[in-house]
Write a protein that binds this ligand. Structure first.
Ligand code: NDP
Length: 465
């Protein structure tokens, strides 16, 4: 050990890096963490956490509408974007501070600067302005946890659009926005801006939003987005983007021209490997440009590991945390641990939100052939009371031969909360009969999930085999 400055050098203080660093330091190891921006990474600084605050802020518009139906007299509400941004930034700074405190409490050494791997046991830190953390450091192990970065499509004028990074700091709330993409970030931000009163259009190149999700969830969500006021254009791609005196003009295919104040590209994220020096030490990347790792998050170089979005396995904060923890367990607590990437639940904070765990119907049919489907689309009692039209949708995918529930798909208020609990049962291999033996909690939305007894028969198809 005396040969190295540190037992572990972590590059990137986001969710995965911080968890690995803290656990390793708690084992008594000497740990350094380098971060070129703010401690907390994408999730805390420019991702999940500020996004959720924006979702909360934007939901009040619908709540005000609902309140009227319940007898409240409500003045026309007014939203103050700048006041919200100030409050949001205060909270993000507090959370980032907690990350710093926790790292220090565990005994990790925090370095402010951009780190680059020089050789399998050496890292060079270029200090951030005002920091004196620069220099070369040696380490027995190096962990790459640099996350991902938003990408923009390549067409004339694309540089005029922003990404999610900037969406958290727009100087003014726009009157009109075009959101490009159909993934998590696109549908979440479309809901946010629509809720905040911005005229919102979502332009997606494919046949329906949320590719990879269950087809019924995709179509129900697209309907609900439109019901709530988002204009959804499918099969839509950009030809150019131009700045004019009055805004940004998007020339789309099918001769559509659309002027908005902001164009937000939610067109995917790429692993952040630039400037890390990985090529100089021979760390292999996969075909998607992500750091290639084995099930213990180890790269092809014996002293280098990688966790989180930079490995592009499942790009979710809790997954990065579990990968970081598994790495620390294996390397510093002598407990070989690899994170199981099966049946990881996820939530999309669209409006209404979506929660899913396990396989889609199409995936299950492909894998197992025969499946039973149970599904329900309905207006929740809260909505029916005031005459609203928003619907919820729930679906169970059951493997026919052993009746195991292999997929749960929920689009409803509180779907992310509901799916967290459902995920436990699915992970444990619950059967439909065991699931049904659970008594309902009444009156709730979630009770619908345990009271679906009739197999779904596709209209016009007869039995679904
Ligand atoms: P996604 O990969 O989910 O979606 C990217 C979208 O952009 C897709 O609809 C894709 O279309 C489209 N797209 C890609 N390239 C182009 C292009 N050149 N022109 C037009 N459209 C394009 O990425 P996101 O950016 O939404 O999110 C990144 C990841 O971050 C997610 O996959 C998720 O893992 C994570 N995330 C998780 C959240 C959560 O847990 N709630 C929230 C936000 C992000 P196509 O479908 O045709 O490929």
């Amino acid at each position: 050990m005396a040969d190295f400055d540190f037992d572990l050098f972590v590059i990137g203080a986001g969710s995965g890096g911080v968890r690995a660093a803290r656990l390793a330091a708690l084992s008594g190891a000497k740990v350094a963490v380098a971060e070129e921006h703010r401690v907390g990474g994408t999730c805390v600084i420019r991702g999940c956490v500020p996004k959720k605050f924006m979702v909360y802020a934007s939901e009040f518009a619908n709540q005000v509408k609902t309140a009227k139906g319940y007898g409240w007299a409500v003045e026309p509400p007014r939203f103050d974007w700048k006041a919200f941004l100030t409050a949001k930034d205060v909270e993000i700074a507090r959370l980032s501070g907690i990350y710093v405190t926790n790292l220090r409490k565990a005994g990790a050494h925090l370095l402010h600067g951009k780190a680059r791997v020089i050789d399998p046991h050496t890292v060079e830190v270029e200090p951030k302005e005002g920091s004196e953390d620069g220099g070369r450091y040696t380490a027995k192990r190096i962990l790459i946890a640099t996350g991902g970065r938003p990408t923009k499509p390549d067409f004339p004028g694309a540089e005029l659009g922003v990404t999610s990074n900037e969406a958290f700091h727009l100087p003014e709330l726009p009157k009109r926005i075009l959101v490009v993409g159909g993934g998590y970030i696109a549908v979440e931000f479309a809901g946010i801006f629509n809720g905040l009163g911005v005229e919102t259009t979502l332009c997606y190149r494919g046949s329906n939003v949320l590719r990879g999700f269950d087809d019924d969830i995709r179509s129900h969500l697209a309907d609900e987005l439109e019901k709530r006021g988002v204009k959804v254009i499918l099969g839509c791609s950009h030809q150019s983007l131009e700045k004019t005196a009055t805004g940004l003009v998007s020339k789309l295919n099918n001769d559509i021209t659309l002027e908005t104040d902001v164009v937000l590209f939610a067109t995917g994220r790429a692993p952040y490997v630039e400037g890390l020096g990985l090529e100089t030490v021979g760390v292999k990347l996969n075909e998607r440009g992500a750091v290639a790792v084995d099930s213990y998050s180890k790269t092809n170089v014996d002293s280098i590991w990688a966790v989180g979005d930079v490995t592009d396995r499942i790009n979710l904060t809790p997954v990065a945390i579990r990968e970081g923890a598994a790495f620390a367990e294996t390397e510093f607590f002598d407990r070989p641990t690899s994170f199981d990437h099966e049946a990881v639940a996820s939530a999309v904070f669209s409006q209404p939100p979506v929660g899913v765990v396990g396989m889609t119907e199409a995936e299950a049919r492909h894998a197992f052939g025969a499946v039973d489907i149970y599904q329900s689309a309905f207006r929740p009692m809260k909505v029916v009371f005031y005459g609203g039209q928003e619907r919820s949708f729930m679906k169970l995918v059951v493997r026919q031969d052993d009746q195991r529930i292999v997929g749960v798909h929920v689009m409803s208020p509180d779907a992310p909360e509901i799916i967290q609990m459902a995920a436990i049962a699915v992970k444990m291999g619950v059967t439909k009969a065991q699931w049904d033996s659970t008594c309902a909690v009444h009156p709730t939305l979630a009770e619908e999930l345990v009271t679906m007894r009739e197999k779904y028969v596709q209209p016009g198809v007869g039995t679904v085999a």
